[in-house]
Design a protein around this ligand. Sequence first.
Ligand SMILES: Cc1cc2nc3c(=O)[nH]c(=O)nc-3n(C[C@H](O)[C@H](O)[C@H](O)COP(=O)(O)O)c2cc1C
Length: 345
Amino acid sequence: MHQSKEIEKTFKFNEKDKETVKYSLNRFSVAPMLDWTDRHCRYFHRLLSQQTLLYTEMVTTGAIIHGKGDYLAYSEEEHPIALQLGGSDPQALAHCAKIAQERGYDEINLNVGCPSDRVQNGRFGACLMGEAELVADCVKAMQDVVNVPVTVKTRIGIDEQDSYQFLCDFIDTVVRRSGCNIFTIHARKAWLSGLSPKENREIPPLDYPRVYQLKKDFPQLTIAINGGVKSLEEAKQHLQHVDGIMIGREAYQNPSILAQVDHELFDASMPVVDTVAVVKALYPYIEQELSKGTYLGHITRHILGIFQGIPGARQWRRHLSENAHKSGADISVVEQALAMVTERM
Ligand SMILES: Cc1cc2nc3c(=O)[nH]c(=O)nc-3n(C[C@H](O)[C@H](O)[C@H](O)COP(=O)(O)O)c2cc1C
């Protein structure tokens, strides 16, 4: 079997107990989200948590190979960072994985979960659950040319193919043919027609026990669970059954939960991060980006939810939403918005 790679993080707790704990790189991650987890968003998330694995938006092999822009750009500060690829041609995926490794990505992930029509027309995303051998060939082709882990993000089923046996057969085929040993499972199936991508994240019911069972039946695999998780308390419950947890919408809409991740899920000696300090720590990045011509609103749209539940949060959000898009908007817009929160503290 192809020997797959895995990266571990090692934590040495206080000198007294001298306990060393090893965690998979995938213990906690922010999900790949198209149009949301762009490089500005990830830079901000990294200020909130040093240990979280950050995923890019899905980038198609076509965009990397034929696109005009640089779809792989990121800041060094974003590490550890995983590139999510969309595609189903093993050669094209291998080519892109190699470029991604050269660019310094820490993990390459294959999207086997997106149900959009556009993605299905390209014969990738969730519809690939019906083609386990092709998925295996794709993963193997990538693993053959890179040293970083190649992982798969998938669902628990598609359409009528939603039995536990179907999921096991899919995983088993991919593992046996490619040696892939890290999977993130979005704990609901996808309907390939009739539902929009958004509905496909809400309507099919979540089935966490099915993912727990998968970990029991494939104990040698690193299994991370995804879908519907809204708090670190819930995350801790899941971590009793699986190796990792991936959070999407809640991390984006309420990013302050990331401020507690290092302390709560990795190493209690790490601090809970102060969100006001994080916003201030973002200033140099914002100024640097503005000087390169980035539009302020493209950065501030990711930070709107940081003060959710705190007095002044509404004013913060409104000030940014109303002013960041104006021409010439600069860092003072963020400073004014922040003052609306800090003056109430
Ligand atoms: C705006 C948006 C864009 C998404 N784009 C992607 C994507 O590019 N690749 C992917 O694998 N999943 C994508 N997803 C799905 C998420 O990665 C995740 O699986 C899903 O939202 C369930 O997790 P959550 O309940 O924690 O949000 C997207 C979700 C949202 C809300």
